[in-house]
Design a protein around this ligand. Structure first.
Ligand SMILES: CSC[C@H]1O[C@H](OP(=O)(O)O)[C@H](O)[C@@H]1O
Length: 352
């Protein structure tokens, strides 16, 4: 392990200090929060101060490593803390994948034969980070091969460097296409209720001078009807064996609209997002969040409510898009079309 600084997570090896950029405060306030112990990290993951499927896995891995280096706990304590971190949010499988990698769950021997030294956990955490950076590069390059010059691309939620430690997933493809001079324009869904698009995707695009237009989620249909959108790119939190996938709430709506208007719709994610324990989207657990998020809005300004505080709300953080309305899934290993998804190509890939 060594010191590092990415856009929304940083670690100082000398003093074992782990920090995350409070994404609730972006774009107006760049404030770093200290993860001094795993319980801090769990709170930050639950409240989405640190968010994004790949990044929460990395934050949890670094928190577990930091804890072992600081406290020198026994194996049962390490396993217990990894379980608490694993359970911080239920949908993004990257969190479970990262914890399984850190406690070496694939080693079938009794856990006493596994190496839980902080040196080894540091190597495992760094391996997860390095893989994530590489996978972002690979899926971004694969996805950019599909982008034609001058396209308008719609994206939902935030899937960029704020949500990963690389160039991003769907937003990584957009970044790569822009870098290749493909003269694209991005339509950014604000993504109610937590506004990851309106606050975070705009923050990333603004910083890099990538042209974009911010829209409310209810505007995508009209843009598609008027021929203003040529492609849709979104991320994923968990992909089932057959290609059904869970992503930020509202993704399914966008997929249905794209299907109706014959617009290519792509999911972009690392292979680690594919969960073989899920045969189809029906098996993916969907996180339900608190009513205040729907009753109002929050950001750097704090929290505002406009609905009656007694309002009953429906607030799933994710929805599931079925494989039959997906044009393709773009992974770090390549592009998989609907027929390949239906013939369980992802299952074969994972088992290689
Ligand atoms: C590359 S981020 C993937 C995924 O994670 C986000 O969820 P959240 O903002 O709740 O952490 C969103 O669904 C992105 O598409």
């Amino acid at each position: 392990m060594k010191s590092f600084e990415f856009l929304s997570i940083r670690y100082n090896f000398e003093n074992n200090k782990l920090e995350i950029l409070d994404q609730r405060k972006l774009p107006d306030i760049e404030e770093w929060l200290v993860c001094s112990k795993p319980s801090d990290t769990i709170v930050y993951i639950k409240q989405l101060s640190v968010r994004g499927a790949p990044l929460i896995g990395i934050a949890a891995s670094m928190s577990l490593y930091q804890y072992v280096r600081a406290e020198n706990p026994n194996v049962d304590q390490i396993i217990h803390v990894s379980k608490e971190l694993r359970e911080a949010r239920p949908t993004a499988v990257n969190l479970m994948y990262a914890m399984d990698e850190m406690i070496q769950v694939h080693l079938v021997e009794d856990h006493l034969t596994r190496d839980f030294s902080h040196e080894n956990l540091g190597k495992l955490a760094w391996k997860i980070i390095d893989q994530e950076v590489q996978m972002c590069d690979q899926m971004s390059k694969w996805g950019a091969t599909l982008i034609q010059n001058g396209e308008n691309i719609l994206t939902h939620c935030n899937t960029g460097s704020v949500a990963t430690v690389g160039m991003g997933t769907a937003l990584g493809v957009i970044r790569e296409a822009h870098k290749q001079g493909k003269n694209i324009h991005v339509y950014v869904d604000e993504t109610r209720p937590l506004l990851q698009g309106g606050r975070l995707t705009t923050y990333e695009l603004q910083r890099e001078g990538i042209p974009y237009t911010l829209i409310c989620d209810n505007m995508a249909a009209t843009l598609m009807r008027d021929g203003k959108i040529q492609r849709v790119l979104v991320g994923a939190d968990r992909i089932a064996q057959n290609g059904d996938f869970a992503n930020k709430i509202g993704t399914y709506s966008v997929a249905v609209l794209a299907h109706f208007h014959n617009i290519p719709f792509h999911c972009v994610a690392p292979l680690s997002t594919v969960d073989l324990n899920c045969q189809s989207g029906k098996d993916i657990p969907i996180e339900e969040r608190n009513p205040q998020e729907v009753q109002g809005a929050s950001g750097a300004f704090g929290q505002v409510r406009w609905a009656p505080k007694e309002s009953k709300t429906f607030n799933p953080a994710f929805d599931v898009t079925p494989n039959n309305i997906i044009t393709s899934i773009i992974l770090d290993s390549g592009i998989y079309n609907q027929e390949q998804l239906k013939s369980l190509e992802l299952l074969k890939l994972k088992k290689k």
